[in-house]
Design a protein around this ligand. Structure first.
Ligand SMILES: Cc1cc2nc3c(=O)[nH]c(=O)nc-3n(C[C@H](O)[C@H](O)[C@H](O)COP(=O)(O)O)c2cc1C
Length: 267
């Protein structure tokens, strides 16, 4: 298809970093100190976290030698600490392909202006200032097909979370309070405002009158969303006839209505 006729064009970008949270991976150096390196390639499922670490870096070497790691997630506002580590490696001598752009730095915490914090379950330091910190045991390292990275699969054995980013009295991270540092195409971002959520969220979020209506046995249907208001019809549970109508204008209530529309729109 010609470019003019298409909504997309074919490009050859130098990187494919679409936007993932930055973490600081802690690994144990041969002298027992903790090496700290910024990275963003990862995903987590269940209790496992999977990291993509470059071959030839000190972090991957360390993880192969000593199967304990820490993964500390800085908040968006801490990006400058991360950037202070962007031009250094814990590897001495600096590998040939990095010599132009990197310097050896054995004291990464000091360089970053961050504080080491001893792990409970692993003998590798966490980053004290990072709001979310993981301790993990390396279960498998698989060489990547391209030979330039290793896939580190690690089991998270302890999670530390700052009070401020948790929901008091629960094991939940408060998604409103948590601001991961997003790395997208070599730029750092904070996240934007909440726009919606998935039905699996543990937080009760229906507007109060609708909750009450449902508790009394009634049904409801989101009938319209104009962008600034949403209309919810309250229905009799038997015949389904409309008994009343609610107009939602509060921003969170509007997001609630949009979630309902996305998943089918009625109780
Ligand atoms: C924001 C950011 C994201 C990065 N993401 C990764 C990554 O996902 N994996 C990786 O191996 N290196 C990543 N790097 C590069 C490493 O931090 C860099 O190569 C560093 O020298 C590794 O240090 P080490 O040799 O002490 O392990 C990233 C760097 C920055 C600044």
């Amino acid at each position: 298809m010609s470019e003019e006729a298409s909504t997309h064009r074919v490009i050859d970008p130098s990187v494919l970093y679409l936007g993932t949270p930055v973490y600081l991976v802690g690994t144990k150096n041969p002298d027992g100190s903790t090496n700290l390196a910024p990275a963003s390639s990862h995903f987590a499922l269940g209790r496992m976290i999977v990291l993509g670490l470059e071959e030839g870096g000190q972090s991957l070497d360390n993880a192969r030698r000593h199967g304990e790691i820490t993964v500390s997630f800085p908040s968006a506002e801490q990006w400058q600490h991360v950037e202070r580590l962007a031009g250094v490696t814990g590897k001495n001598p600096v590998p040939d392909d990095k010599r132009d752009a990197y310097a050896f730095e054995p004291a990464k915490f000091n360089r970053a202006g961050l504080t080491p914090l001893a792990g409970d379950e692993v003998s590798v330091d966490l980053v004290a200032e990072a709001p979310i910190q993981l301790e993990a045991l390396v279960r498998r390292i698989t060489p990547g097909v391209a030979g330039i990275y290793g896939i580190v699969e690690a089991e998270v054995v302890r999670v530390h979370a700052q009070h401020e980013v948790t929901v008091a009295g629960t094991n939940h991270i408060d998604p409103e309070a948590w601001h991961p540092l997003i790395y997208a195409y070599r730029h750092f971002y904070d996240r934007g405002a909440e726009i919606g959520w998935t039905r699996k969220t543990p937080f009760p979020t229906a507007p109060e009158p609708i909750d009450r209506w449902e508790a009394s046995g009634g049904a409801w249907r989101v009938a319209a969303d104009t962008g600034t208001t949403a209309t919810v019809e309250l229905l009799r549970c038997d015949g389904g006839e409309v008994v009343d109508q609610l107009t939602l204008t509060d921003q969170r209530d509007l997001r609630w209505a949009r979630v309902q529309l996305a998943i089918g729109g009625k109780a």
